[in-house]
Design a protein around this ligand. Structure first.
Ligand code: C5P
Length: 215
């Protein structure tokens, strides 16, 4: 069974997907981390982030491995490295390129084919797993999303002003919604769920119930 969670930055996708996967005994796939890793790989190689073919070659050659929450690149743990706002910006720059998306979509489908998975991103229900048993589109007010991101950054030891986080989050969403390749949008058959002001436990409980109905 595949469950997809898509939505804008800071809508709670990662925390919800991780907990939902735990509750159901499913694997958890964080596809944003893959785009972040490719963005950083391109930057490190001095590749122009606007060069679709060059970024696509980097994505195809990247040796990415995901195990639950941990992401490794060439055997090196990049889990923390990819969480910075700079990695988010690099991710959304390379995510516009169809060759980059093709390489990562193939990796994502391979994970889904291996067994029950909760996967989160922007295009999981629309493009990657169109036949998923349950598709959820998570939303939240922009301020709530920025505050959530700010707390995540704080937990990682980075104190970024709320206004700066808000600008980063809304700028990235705008870019993700406007791009031609797999833009951020709900699948026609997705359940829309607003997480504004809702405790994580309540969201997870609702989605566990929905998953059990479908499963
Ligand atoms: O989810 P996260 O904030 O880590 O995603 C980083 C960026 O990667 C997004 O802003 C988006 O540009 C890109 N992305 C994507 N498709 C996905 C997951 C992430 O285009 N499935």
């Amino acid at each position: 069974m595949i469950i997809t969670l898509d939505g804008p930055a800071g809508s709670g996708k990662s925390s919800v997907a991780r907990r939902l996967a735990d509750e159901l005994g499913f694997r958890f796939l964080n596809t944003g981390a893959m785009y972040r890793a490719v963005g950083l790989l391109c930057e490190r190689a001095g590749t122009d982030l606007g060069d679709a073919d060059a970024c696509g070659r980097t994505a195809a050659a990247a040796r990415l491995a995901q195990d639950g929450d941990r992401l490794s690149v060439d055997g090196e743990d990049w889990t923390e490295l990819v969480r910075t706002p700079a990695a988010g910006a690099a991710a959304s720059a390379v995510a516009v390129h169809p060759p980059v998306r093709a390489a990562l979509v193939a990796l994502q489908r391979a994970v889904g084919e291996a067994g029950d998975t909760v996967t989160e991103g922007r295009d999981q229900g629309t493009v990657v797993f169109p036949d998923a048993a349950l598709k959820v589109f998570l939303t939240a007010d922009a301020e709530a999303r920025a505050e959530r991101r700010r707390l995540e950054l704080l937990a990682a030891g980075r104190d970024v002003p709320l206004a700066e986080v808000l600008a980063e989050v809304t700028g990235r969403d705008d870019k993700d919604e406007r791009r031609a390749a797999a833009p951020l949008k709900p699948a026609a058959d997705a359940v829309r769920y607003d997480t504004t002001g809702k405790p994580l436990e309540a969201v997870v409980a609702d989605l566990v119930a929905l998953a059990r109905e479908r499963g």
